[in-house]
Design a protein around this ligand. Structure first.
Ligand code: ZN
Length: 230
């Protein structure tokens, strides 16, 4: 039985409560985790999966939508503990995920640091350090727009750049479900561009949000915000 399982991972950083939604695609032959949370989150992911009677050891793939710390922070830990899991990354994002090119998010955060008001500088510095702590991982499989995998009866890779240059989303063809990553967020019941002030290319991000809409999905799953039912 093909299943799409949306994890609902609630956590607290200091006083701030937040929630993220990694997604699992499960069929007879494959179990694919889409995005894996922050650095140090492997036990959190394992627990969230176990609550649904799923086990990281049974994953065949982990697909990373993009290089941000909240999506690939735990990738290194995951791959260390379960080396058989195939790491799937967009071909344009792969150089950043593997650390061959410096994280653009870190470059952006460092560039912003000098313009921050004095009272925010220590917060900005802490954020830079969080980004630096993300350990790179080599992709096993690089993918591009319209690549199709047989997961859950057929999944299409949708390149959705803007938030980062090589961001990818995944469309589950038969179920008409779009797993958007950060190409869209759900805010007050509406789709929006994730943190537009941090989009590395806002025009591209807008075009990608539009591209997502053109698929006519019945459900759009956002890593931040959860499920939009069309
Ligand atoms: Zn994110």
């Amino acid at each position: 039985m093909d299943e799409i399982i949306v994890l609902d991972i609630k956590f607290k950083f200091g006083e701030v409560e937040d929630v993220i939604h990694p997604v699992i695609l499960k069929d007879k032959a494959n179990m694919v985790l889409i995005d894996c949370g922050y650095t140090g989150f492997l036990p959190v992911i394992e627990k969230a999966m176990e609550e649904k009677n799923l086990f990281c050891g049974d994953l065949t793939h982990v697909l990373i939508t993009h290089q941000d710390h909240d999506h690939m922070g735990a990738l290194y830990e995951l791959k260390q503990k379960y080396p058989h899991i195939q790491v799937v990354v967009g071909r344009k994002e792969s150089l950043y995920v593997s650390g061959k090119l410096k994280s653009l998010r870190l470059e952006q955060a460092e560039a912003m640091q000098s313009n921050l008001p004095e009272e925010q500088k220590s917060f900005g510095l802490a954020f830079c350090n969080i980004l630096k702590s993300v350990r790179p991982v080599e992709a096993d499989l690089e993918v591009q727009d319209r690549d199709v995998f047989d997961w859950c009866g057929g999944c299409t890779i949708v390149e959705t750049p803007g938030h980062t240059p090589g961001h990818i989303s995944v469309y589950v063809n038969q179920k008409k479900i779009m797993i958007a990553g950060d190409a869209a967020v759900l805010e007050n019941g509406e789709l929006a561009i994730a943190n537009p002030q941090y989009a590395l290319d806002l025009k591209e991000a807008e075009a990608s949000l539009h591209k997502i809409m053109t698929y006519g999905a019945k459900e759009i799953i956002c890593y931040h915000g959860g499920i939009l039912i069309a």
